[in-house]
Design a protein around this ligand. Sequence first.
Ligand code: MN
Length: 241
Amino acid sequence: MLPMNRRSLLLTLGAAGVAATAPRAYAQTAAPAGPFKFDPLPYPNNKNEPHIDAMTMELHHDKHHAAYVNNLNNALAQHGEVAKKPLQEILAKLSAVPEAIRTTVRNNGGGHANHSMFWQVMGGAGGDPTGGVKAAIDRDLGGFNKLKDDFNAAGGKIFGSGWVFVTVAKDGKLTLVSKPNQDTPLMDGHHVLFGNDVWEHAYYLKYQNRRPDYLKAWWNVVNWDKVGERYAAARAGKLTI
Ligand code: MN
């Protein structure tokens, strides 16, 4: 017994040593076991500087998002029939999730979906939307300037934690929606084109109580090419989360 234990201990220490000295351009958190995968950030932690600081990105992705994925996988460990469905299907029909894990799945499955979308639509250079997305914003949301005003106002009004989203229907119609906690329009069977996280963990290190400044600055890191890809996928019926 003793040699085996000693060997496991050494292996554990060895792995920790490697993790501590590895270069850190991208998130290094190991993917948790379970049916849902925790992807690394698609860009370095400092990609959204100076608007969103690298430390906030690191903690937000490596700690907060990781915890949602871990909690979701833990909750589903004994519920293989739920775990084998795509996340958007689980969230669209929470009433079908066993009651014992429903709230956990709602909060952590919602958190996983929201943050997976969030990293994707950031890391860009901001500026103005283009193409089909611009046309849809002009048609449905009164133009980009009005959208920003309405979106920022909706984000400012959320009491406590939540999200502001623009949803996209299969016919391309856009709608502004806000949700509390980690709820997502996926829970209403709608798809998210893009959205912003107004939980304090998303901005507090840099902006403290100044949520309106964060909301305004966030537009500078939107990746409109990615939003355009999501728009095209929604039109094709292929947008997942
Ligand atoms: Mn968050």
